[in-house]
Ligand binder design. Structure first.
Ligand SMILES: *Cc1c(COP(=O)(O)O)cnc(C)c1O
Length: 496
């Protein structure tokens, strides 16, 4: 059976999976969603025998029905290979009564690698299937993590070029170094003299520029997007929840059919939405616990049914969760509105005009499986320290937000359901915040001294991603004014 996709904001357009991947966003501004969520077709006991790659195939083939088995297997095998530093791809580590699903073993040591290592292959396969002749130019604005993961994913992928814009003075030194040392003849990294919003609106302007699109077409190019609203990023994320359950089963830590809870440190709502889709596929998931930092829009939403972004934007030690508009929540809204595109569109229009919306009581009732929680900065830091002192296991700041929320949840409910915490970044990516949480004495050390100290106290080898940037050569040094972003793109593509 062929599964089709439609926009969350209109009834009439349906596209295939490969077309949805190519387009990224629907023309009406909505997000592509499957017309129904397929059920797992393989028994859980059978799943427990499968490798990560085999699990990926069993899950993704149900969503990407216009891909042949060979096409999909080829994408999977190219993505989940020795770029990951463990054959398990996403190991499950037990510490202090919870199971940490380590999603940071890919090349940029954050969970974005789980989807961005396969998206380039899904995209080039989709281009071939739809007889797209142009080279695809991925334009990305980044505040740090997505840019590097997209660069690593698209580097040297035939038929693509990737151009990443980042705020020259708005990313951490480690994040900048990771990007400007990126290898690959098709990769371009540009610092802009502006902030992340300037980078993002500059990119949006280019997407919407009809003259530019025409000139690109004549030069044999077309734009596409690697951001988290692409269905080609969501589907690969469902896989690791199925895999986590199958590991618990294989290890005898859960019995067949017994429920597990999941806790997800959340920003744009992509990761936890994938868990929700997994539950809808029939995976025995109990509660979906959505963890926020001080930017607790989602916590308030689950509590009150009102989504309100009118508040101060707070900079925290978990920057990848510093976000007030969680784009992927639109896909959940669409589902709890019973697939009502008009209703979804009205709410999203209210969000962009008034910065807020209320859902109905009926919609709220559909959210019973979600629990919202949040952790402030002090609680996040003490969670890192306490877990380390108790077990020797070191987690990053984002994962610590989730761990803190989980502890509160267990205290409040006494729920003993086995629980998987999505561990979204290596502690080496946020070394300074992690080490200072463990002991204030680390404040005086340099970033790389802290890296070595972390390796000593955690007894974990420094990841290759960090070793690489210690001595790597800077390969990208382009900096431009915000108004010159399009000029820079045209120069890179030799269109002028
Ligand atoms: C992107 C990111 C998140 C948030 O994930 P969403 O899918 O946007 O909710 C959490 N932690 C880390 C380390 C991230 O990079």
């Amino acid at each position: 059976m062929n599964l089709l996709y439609k926009s969350t904001r209109s009834e009439d357009v349906t596209v295939t999976a490969s077309q949805a991947i190519l387009k990224g966003l629907a023309d009406d501004g909505g997000l592509f969603v499957p017309t129904s969520i397929p059920k797992l077709t393989i028994a859980l006991s059978e799943l427990a025998k499968l490798s990560y790659q085999e699990t990926a195939f069993e899950v993704m083939r149900l969503f990407l029905t216009d891909f042949t088995d060979d096409e999909l297997k080829n994408c999977i095998n190219k993505a989940y290979d020795s770029k990951f530093d463990t054959e398990e791809i996403a190991p499950l580590v037990k510490a202090d009564g919870a199971y940490y699903l380590e999603l940071f073993h890919g090349s940029t040591i954050a969970f974005k690698d789980m989807a961005l290592s396969i998206l380039p292959h899904l995209l080039t396969t989709s281009a071939r299937k739809n007889e797209v002749k142009n080279d695809i130019v991925i334009l990305t604005a980044t505040s740090g993590d997505t840019g590097k993961a997209a660069l690593a994913g698209f580097a040297d992928v035939e038929g693509t070029k990737i151009i990443v814009f980042y705020p020259k003075d708005g990313v951490s030194p480690i994040q900048e170094k990771q990007m400007v040392t990126q290898k690959g003849d098709n990769t371009y990294v540009v610092g802009i003299k502006g902030n992340f919003d300037d980078a993002q609106s500059g990119v949006k302007d280019m997407f919407n520029n009809k003259d530019l699109a025409k000139a690109m077409e004549e030069a044999g190019y077309q734009f596409s997007s690697a951001n988290s609203i692409n269905i080609g990023r969501l589907v690969p994320q469902i896989v690791y929840y199925v895999y986590a359950y199958s590991r618990l089963l294989a290890n005898g830590q859960i019995s067949n059919g017994e429920k597990m809870n999941v806790v997800v440190p959340t920003g744009n709502f992509g990761n936890i939405l994938a868990a929700y889709y997994a539950k809808n596929m029939g995976l025995p998931i109990g509660k979906l616990i959505c963890a926020s930092n001080d930017n607790k829009v989602l916590y308030d939403f689950f509590k009150t049914g009102t989504y309100d972004r009118n508040r101060d934007f707070i900079l925290t030690t978990s920057p990848s969760m510093d976000i007030l508009i969680s784009s992927n929540l639109e896909r959940l809204i669409y589902r709890i509105a019973g697939g009502d595109a008009t209703k979804t569109k009205d709410l999203m229009n209210a969000l962009s005009s008034a910065g807020m919306y209320d859902i109905t009581d009926d919609m709220k009732a559909e959210l019973a499986d979600f629990i919202g929680g949040y952790a402030d900065e002090a609680k996040t830091a003490s969670t890192i320290r306490d877990l380390y002192e108790k077990t020797g296991y070191v987690i990053d700041t984002h994962t610590a937000v989730a761990a803190a929320v989980y502890t509160d949840y267990v205290e409040a409910t006494k729920d003993e359901t086995k629980t998987v915490i999505a561990s979204t970044a290596s502690p080496y990516k946020f070394t300074r915040s992690v080490m200072e949480a463990i002991d204030g004495k680390y404040a005086s050390m340099t970033d790389f001294e802290l890296v070595d100290e972390l390796s000593t106290i955690a007894n974990v080898k420094v990841p290759q991603a960090i070793e690489d940037i210690r001595s790597a050569e800077v390969l990208h040094d382009t900096v431009c004014d915000t108004e010159k972003m399009q000029d820079t793109v045209e120069t890179i593509l030799k269109m002028k």
